[in-house]
Design a binder for this molecule. Sequence first.
Ligand code: ZN
Length: 379
Amino acid sequence: MPSRLSSRLLLPLVRQTMLVALMTCVSASFADEPDGPDVPHKVESSFQQLVESVEPSHAWNATNLAEHRQWQQRLEGVMKELLGRMPERVPQQVKWVEKERFDSFTRHKIYVQTEAAYWAPVYYFVPHDLERPRPAIVCLHGHSGIWPYIGHAETDAERKRIEESELDYAVYLARQGYVTAAINVRGWNETAGHQDSGIKHLPRSCTHVTMDSLLLGMTPQGLRCWDAMRVIDFLQSRTGEVQGEKIGVAGLSGGGTLAMYLPILDERVRFAMIAGAFSTYRQSIYPIRHCICNCLPGVMQYAEMADVVGLYAPRPVLLINGVDDRIFPIDGARQGYEQLKKMYTLLGHPERIEADFFEGGHAWSNNKTLSFLEKHVAD
Ligand SMILES: [Zn+2]
């Protein structure tokens, strides 16, 4: 019975050998950790290789109008899918809760119902003595929350930051005679729920908004744009104050990202001012740490930011970027702007794509906003 004998002898030996091998392996892996094996085993090297192997499948390269329209149609369908499922629409309801008169405008605080269990808080600015309806601008804030974006500061340092970064564009544009609606974007301030860890200075729930919306087949960007679309419904109902066919969007940083996506979902958005958000995914959101709510799942397989903005060409777009913005690098913005110029030229409207690449960092700039608006939305 040599085989039985050998298995009786061999089994314990094999077990022992395996145990020793396992222990050697475990201790070796810890012992080796400082240097690592001589093979790529860091996530950075993996993601570097993965991104280099991805070519956006819907990159723009049209040479004539027919090709452009075909491309536009294909990518628009993809982007609408990526932005996710939207909530059930509900009849428009608005609650007016506060009214404060300032030097040249009145600021109303309202709540606009955007879905069955959610009312978006909005600061609605109406210039005094309107002789006729005016163009309106939906203003979307970034990760500092709503307060600095409507010019509210508790300290001198906050006031200085608002001035230097020109964050209060909703107020500035209202002073210039535009009706503005500054939405308290979903997940910040009074709308916040589960607090983002590590964030002490303001209520913010980007992590949970992202986690829960993704699990439901939605996205934070899609939901936040949905709220903006329902605010546009409200603006269009204000026929005595607002020119319903002249509604646009303005946003900085996280608000700039939303301003970049909103015109895809809503063709009533006739112009966009996108600040501190336009670059390339490859140079900004991919390699540099950003809030999770900036990541639109899957987008880099299909398109770059210039393709995304090009989806609504030739609607007027103003790109605003500080040349020293460290989280949305200017090189990517310049690269994308060059592509958009080609696209707008092909469509016969090169003057409708503009850029304000100003000396500064991650901030808004009013260097070109008024001339842009006068050129594109004046009567
Ligand atoms: Zn966020």
